[in-house]
Ligand binder design. Structure first.
Ligand code: UD1
Length: 362
């Protein structure tokens, strides 16, 4: 019996391929544990549905809270689940509060912890996710990395080489599997565009949306972008409430070239990404998906835990101040198109299962 823990939106596309691969294996009984860090259907349930994951075996229903409160609630509730029925191992994913809380609960009672998407580092301790990555990696018994920089970071932080296995990028498994559905979606066909190209925008990082002057500047810059390029912007709940508090929602709603909407399901969202002239984001995973699809990506952050998307992909970092110049620059770029990165091939879940078999035998 193996636990796979999911908590927030970016976990779902990473859990789905592994869950499927473990379900197909006669020796494993995968148990899906949903901490409920994200609780709205459009932030969680829709993904489980679209990926055919089925209902979670356990829902901890922790909901929102401060970092401390949310992490503590997950720790307490997950520990009590583990004490009732012990799995052979717990797989935690990514860098969210659920990842670190469940890793801690399991490791304290001697259940092996496996970290999927280990080794990523932005080297920015101001990011809550960076702290979650550091702690989770140090608690883990087996670390599955997506790229060579992940291996390097772990070795440099003193983690034994024998615990590190490069399995590749699991999110690309989902993209490969879902691509036919994504291509069939009519999402972008039904949008009344004002210009002949559009950018997909996603923003939710506290550093961009919780700081009033930064969000104000970003909104001003996006209004300039909308004069030459439509914008499709599925709003994260955090961002929606910050724009409302600034009193600027109507200005966006009144602009015919800005298409605001709630969070999208995977299929429509990826259809938008696939057809966009570029993506403007502060997400982690979207940097990778755009690289694989060959779509230019401007990441509004001072750093990235995914440097391979810059060195081998289509990603560039920008600030609100450099957004317009970077947009002009990428429109002149010729090196777009699908990027091939080792182990970003749709077969990561298979490599995870092999590694898990070996690990448990040992
Ligand atoms: C979390 C993760 C982040 C990930 C992001 C993707 C951590 C520390 N952060 O950030 O790594 O990139 O998810 O979305 O774990 N809310 C809703 N409905 C929901 C979920 C949240 O309305 O289903 C609201 C919350 O009440 C809160 C806000 O959205 O006010 C932000 O949620 P929060 O859990 O703080 O984290 P995210 O910003 O989503």
């Amino acid at each position: 019996m193996i636990h796979i823990v999911v908590g927030a939106r970016p976990n779902q596309m990473k859990a789905a391929p592994l869950l499927r691969a473990l379900r197909e294996h006669p020796d494993f009984e995968p148990i899906l544990v949903d901490t409920g860090q994200h609780y709205d259907h459009e932030m969680a349930g829709v993904f489980m549905q679209q990926f055919g994951m089925g209902e979670p075996d356990y829902s901890l229903e922790v909901g929102s809270g401060t970092h401390g409160a949310q992490t503590a609630k997950i720790l307490e509730k997950y520990e009590s689940l583990l004490l009732r029925k012990r799995p052979a191992a717990t797989i935690v994913i990514g860098d969210i509060n659920s990842t670190v809380a469940c890793a801690l609960a399991a490791s304290k009672i001697g259940i092996p912890v496996i970290h999927l998407e280990a080794g990523l580092r932005s080297k920015d301790r101001g990011m809550p996710e960076e702290l979650n990555r550091i702690v989770t990696d140090h608690l883990s018994d087996l670390l599955w990395t997506p790229s060579p920089d992940g291996d390097e970071n772990l070795l440099q932080s003193g983690i034994e080489e024998s615990k590190i296995v490069r399995v590749g990028n699991i999110m690309i498994d989902t993209l490969v599997a879902m691509k036919p559905e994504v291509e069939k979606s009519l999402f972008t066909k039904n949008i009344p565009f004002q210009n002949n190209k559009f950018a997909m925008v996603t923003l939710h990082r506290p550093s961009n949306v919780d700081v009033e002057v930064t969000l104000t500047k970003l909104l001003d810059e996006l209004l300039i972008v909308s004069k030459t390029m439509d914008i499709i912007w599925p709003l994260h709940p955090r961002t929606k409430s910050r724009i409302e508090s600034l009193g600027r929602m109507n200005e966006l709603l009144d602009n015919a070239a800005i298409h605001l909407m709630g969070p999208l399901g995977y299929i429509d969202f990826m259809n938008g990404i696939m057809h966009s002239a570029c993506v403007i984001t502060d997400s982690g995973g979207i940097q990778e998906e755009t690289t694989w699809l060959g779509v230019p990506c401007i990441t509004l952050r001072p750093n990235t835990e995914r440097p391979i998307t810059i060195t081998e992909g289509t990603n560039i970092l920008a600030t609100p101040e450099t957004l317009q110049s970077e947009l002009q620059r990428i429109q002149k770029r010729v090196d777009t198109g699908h990027k091939t990165i080792e182990y970003w091939d749709g077969k990561t879940a298979q490599r995870c299962v092999k590694s898990l078999e070996l690990f448990l035998k040992r």
